[in-house]
Write a protein that binds this ligand. Structure first.
Ligand SMILES: Cc1ncc(COP(=O)(O)O)c(C=O)c1O
Length: 447
């Protein structure tokens, strides 16, 4: 493999030892580091100047493309004007402006925005709002939270408790109590090589009725799902599934939470997946694309009725005992406003919708390559399952990511032996072709 040596990078960065990388095999990384020094639009550049095409929009977040001038300028202006203002009991103008703009993108009466700094915090915030909502309305017995197998909701204790990824859970003790899980919506036999939402699987939402019967509706606070599960390999919702979840939640007074940390801000060709699917949750988590990844930010959009439930008691008293020092940080708000301008001015959500079938067709050209077991697509995202090596699950996927970077000058994501491709929404048709041609070579090389 034509990889720069660890020694060469060590010389540039002084020492690779101190940094404990997140969600990364540290020893393997430090033997063959993948270091990115700068970026522009669709490309990263390595310290030695190699252009690397970004097939993953950063980590599903850089939807406008990298280092866009209006975002860079907005952050610089904001840093000079107001670095920080106390987030509790005080606010700065751009926090209101961004909240209004985000709420205007959300459907129906999702119109109150609570800011935090990441997807994980957004999930914990939504779970806490759901529990407190029932509590302040006199339904304090509703404490159970329902997630889903193969769900990813970040790494906070709330998120890993409702999440359904074994490795993210099994090392970390007993997690939250009173959590149950819906079954995953993926079934390869029924759904393999589907573009968009599979026809099979809507009935799996009815499992919620079984869980309600088991525990009693009066004990259940909320159900949380990703409308499209991204991190476990791009699993679009089966047709009718989200509608059925909504109906069952309504019937039993359970709040429905959509975790739109990946699906928000254009990934599925709409501002939010809630719009694509015509289903309005009670709470919607967002992060990533809100600033196009330029400054950490997350948040929860709540229905007006959820917010109103808290607005009681003495006026001087805090209504929700929750928040972060950096909620609605000025730099994040400035970056968010500039990113929303770019989404609007360049019609990037529509662009994603227009490119969807071209993207799906390109992804499906990988069908028939050695070891390709399934390909799923929705919006500007694709998941490709590769056959695992016997007794070495994840090795082939890892080799594919390494090869993509070192030999094909491309960043893709892997989870186990599943590849994920989700470039910035500015990707050109030619670049879509390039990304899947490179992926084909990678797949052949690791077969
Ligand atoms: C659906 C979903 N929720 C939550 C998160 C966690 O976000 P963060 O890494 O910003 O905490 C992610 C991250 O990929 C995600 O995909």
């Amino acid at each position: 493999m034509a990889s720069p040596t660890a020694a060469a990078f060590a010389a540039q960065t002084n020492d690779l030892d101190a940094f404990w990388l997140p969600f990364t095999p540290n020893r393997a990384f430090k033997r063959a580091p993948k270091v990115i020094a700068r970026a522009k639009d669709m490309h990263y550049f390595t310290p030695d100047g190699r252009a690397v095409i970004d097939g993953l929009a950063g980590l599903w977040c850089v939807n406008t493309g990298h280092n866009r001038e209006p975002i860079v300028a907005a952050i610089a202006r904001q840093a000079a004007e107001l670095d920080y203002a106390a987030a509790f009991h005080f606010a700065h103008p751009k926090s209101f402006e961004l909240a209004s703009r985000v709420a205007a993108l959300a459907p129906a009466d999702l119109n109150r925005v609570f800011f935090c700094n990441s997807g994980s915090e957004a999930v914990d915030t939504a779970l806490k709002i759901a529990l407190a909502y029932h509590n302040v309305r006199g339904e304090g017995t509703r404490t159970r939270l329902i997630g889903r197998e193969r769900g990813y909701h970040g790494v906070g204790f709330g998120g890993i408790s409702v999440g359904g990824i074994v490795n993210n859970r099994k090392y970390f003790g007993s997690l939250l109590t009173g959590v149950d899980h819906l079954p995953a919506t993926y079934n390869r036999e029924q759904q393999a090589f589907t573009k968009g939402e599979p026809a099979w699987g809507g009935h799996l939402a009815d499992e919620l009725e079984r869980i309600v019967t088991l525990h009693g509706a009066s004990t259940i606070a909320a159900v949380i799902v990703e409308p499209m599960a991204g991190s476990t390999g791009v699993l679009p919702p089966p047709k009718g599934y989200l509608e059925r979840l909504r109906a069952i939640c309504d019937k039993h007074g359970i709040l429905l939470i959509f975790d739109e940390v990946i699906t928000g801000f254009g990934r599925l060709g709409c501002a939010f997946a809630a719009e694509r699917y015509g289903v309005t949750p009670d709470l919607l988590c967002f992060a990533k694309g809100v600033t196009s990844g330029a400054v950490p930010m997350g948040g929860v959009i709540a229905r007006g009725s959820v917010y109103d439930a808290f607005m009681h008691g003495p006026e001087h008293a805090v209504e929700l005992f929750h928040g972060y020092t950096y909620s609605a940080h000025p730099l994040a708000c400035a970056a968010g406003l500039a990113a929303l301008d770019l989404y609007r001015d360049e019609n990037l959500f529509d662009r994603a919708k227009r490119l969807e079938s071209r993207f799906a067709d390109a992804a499906m050209t990988l069908k028939g390559l050695p070891g390709v077991l399934d390909i799923r697509t929705v919006g500007i995202s694709a998941g490709i399952d590769l056959a695992s090596k016997p007794d070495a699950v994840g090795e082939r996927g890892y080799a594919a990511m390494e090869r993509a970077f070192h030999d094909e000058d491309m960043v893709i994501r892997v989870t186990g032996d599943t590849l994920a491709i989700a470039p910035p929404l500015i990707v050109s048709e030619a670049q879509i072709g390039e990304i899947f041609e490179k992926t084909a070579r990678v797949i052949r090389a690791v077969a």
